[in-house]
Ligand binder design. Structure first.
Ligand SMILES: Cc1cc2nc3c(=O)[nH]c(=O)nc-3n(C[C@H](O)[C@H](O)[C@H](O)COP(=O)(O)OP(=O)(O)OC[C@H]3O[C@@H](n4cnc5c(N)ncnc54)[C@H](O)[C@@H]3O)c2cc1C
Length: 496
């Protein structure tokens, strides 16, 4: 890095190590390459290939639930349908790698298991394991850019149910879908009603004997056509795809802002709109209140998009049933519900979510002391008190994740260039004595956003304080103004 940290002779030194080659890591690399051309960088990725989430999940129908104008990058136009399949997203990312010549920077089947910050040397010492050769080695870097996502890719979340071992059928978690899984003609029960269940149920329904969505409590679903009229009109006029991309991003973000505001200010109106949309597919006789009226407020969890209303169509056509009840226990042939009804099943799919994961499961140390991430206070939701030269990408939960990854990339490259200009090699967000005693709040407050993985894993997350820069709003409409205006010489950032 510029006038830099001193690498030792025998250990490879890289200026910036990006952990993860998912959509966040690849975006970070493009920003870094473009805006910090003098820096060496590498992406370290556990999997055999890029894509993260979109490589991990292979269940039927797997797709985004955000539009790709905003889930895609600002710098590369999206030209497909708004909601995209995992394959289409991987194809898009593949083109990003090609167009930016990134392949040579990515080390696949490498996992960072440990990171030690050395104040004396002003750098991170990284312990890396290779899955392909079984070898372990050490490397050093000046700056650590964590793009490792937010959930454990190795194990999906499955609650403990009584009698599960008695069940004679097959149990599958969507995060670990078996290759060539044959469910034709089978009686399938999907436990859960989040975005994953809403995706895989219509995709499986054509082949299964019958498929049932079993939910404890309902989710808000948002049926919408998977085509955007404005984008189609602009395409028909032969407008430059880059312009269409930018116009569509602005439209989606402006529409999103209206929905956010209405959800906060007039939740009853939004709730009725969503339930009416379901009613249009299911008819007035369907028991919407039991099965589709959630107990939470809209947007305290991600809204599950249903492209072209496919889930509702499956229900109307009798291929899909919805049961709202609690599991009492598994039996040898299915699931006994607390109401006394038994659901017969050949296959049970546990669409029950994720386990939250922080810092890519990397064990971190600061000058030999273990880093207790949960005890740090976040600097603007990107860096952490007392942790030098590290940024973490935690994207938006309501707006597309990538919108925040992009803002963070702009911040990190600005910071790296600023450090060079100042002749600094170390930047540490540091709490003043007064700030050290401020009240600490959850990184994502429960009243704000409360899906299961967040509630289960909350104690793992860093905290936020009561005032800027020690807060994290996770609100695009605030941060798009705040981030570009950050004063890199503010007192919370200590340089050396
Ligand atoms: C099925 C599904 C659909 C989704 N749809 C949307 C959507 O439509 N819109 C939206 O905004 N969000 C969506 N999300 C959330 C989604 O995960 C993120 O938006 C986004 O893909 C996260 O990208 P990422 O690169 O930050 O993390 P990930 O995709 O999780 O990638 C992280 C990568 O880091 C690697 N890694 C982790 N730790 C290490 C380590 N120690 N060493 C080396 N490599 C490591 C992992 O192997 C992985 O490849 C969805 C999630 C799922 C599961």
């Amino acid at each position: 890095m510029g006038n830099t940290n001193e690498p030792s002779a025998e250990v490879e030194h890289i200026d910036v190590v990006i952990v993860g080659a998912g959509i966040s890591g690849l975006g970070a690399a493009v920003h870094l390459q473009g805006d910090c051309p003098g820096k060496t960088f590498t992406l370290i990725e556990t999997k055999e290939a890029f894509g993260g989430t979109w490589r991990q999940h292979t269940y039927p129908g797997v797709r985004s639930d955000s539009d790709l104008y905003t889930f895609g990058y600002g710098f590369k136009p999206w030209t497909g349908p708004p909601i995209a399949t995992a394959d289409q997203i991987l194809q898009y990312l593949d083109e990003v790698i090609d167009e930016n010549d990134l392949e040579r920077h990515i080390r696949y089947q490498h996992r960072i298991v440990r990171a030690d910050w050395s104040s004396d040397e002003g750098l991170w010492r990284l312990s890396v394991e290779r899955a392909d050769t079984g070898e372990s080695f050490e490397m050093t870097c000046g700056f650590l850019w964590m793009c490792s996502g937010y959930y454990d890719h190795t194990k999906g979340y499955t609650p403990e149910w009584a009698g599960l071992d008695d069940f004679q059928g097959q149990v599958v978690h969507p995060q670990h879908w078996p290759d060539d899984f044959d469910y034709s003609g089978k009686n399938v029960v999907v436990i859960g009603s989040g975005a994953t269940a809403a995706t895989l149920i219509p995709a499986m329904a054509e082949e299964t004997g019958h498929i049932t969505m079993l939910q404890r409590s309902p989710t808000y679903f948002f049926p919408r056509p998977n085509v955007d009229e404005l984008a189609e009109q602009l395409r028909a006029l032969d407008i430059d795809p880059a312009w269409i991309h930018e116009i569509m991003r602005r439209k989606v973000l402006s529409d999103g802002q209206i929905v956010h505001q209405l959800s906060a200010e007039q939740p009853d109106f939004i709730i009725e709109e969503l339930l009416n949309a379901a009613r249009q597919y299911l008819g007035d006789d369907f028991d919407i209140d039991t099965h589709f009226r959630p107990k939470y407020l809209p947007w305290t969890q991600r809204l599950a998009v249903v492209p072209d209303g496919d889930l509702f169509t499956g229900i109307r056509e009798g291929k899909v049933s919805v049961v709202t009840d609690h599991i009492d226990r598994f039996t040898s042939t299915g699931i006994m519900l607390q109401s006394g009804e038994e659901l017969a099943a050949d296959i049970v799919i546990t669409a029950t979510g994720f386990n939250l994961n922080v810092l890519g499961d990397v064990e971190m140390f600061l000058d030999g002391d273990p880093l207790d991430y949960a005890d740090t206070v976040t600097y603007r939701g990107v860096m952490f008190s007392g942790v030098p030269n590290m940024a973490v990408v935690f994207g938006y939960l309501r707006t597309s994740w990538t919108m925040r990854a992009d803002l963070i990339s702009d911040f990190v490259v600005r910071l790296l260039n600023h450090m060079d200009e100042r002749g600094a090699t170390v930047c540490t967000p540091t709490l003043s004595d007064d700030d050290a005693s401020m009240e600490r709040r959850p990184f994502i407050p429960e009243e704000d956003f409360n899906p299961g993985y967040m509630i289960r894993g909350r104690e793992l997350m860093a905290k936020q304080g009561t005032h800027t820069p020690w807060t994290a709003s996770n609100d695009y409409y605030i941060e798009r103004e705040e981030f570009p205006a950050i004063d890199l010489d503010e007192t919370a950032l200590k340089y050396r």
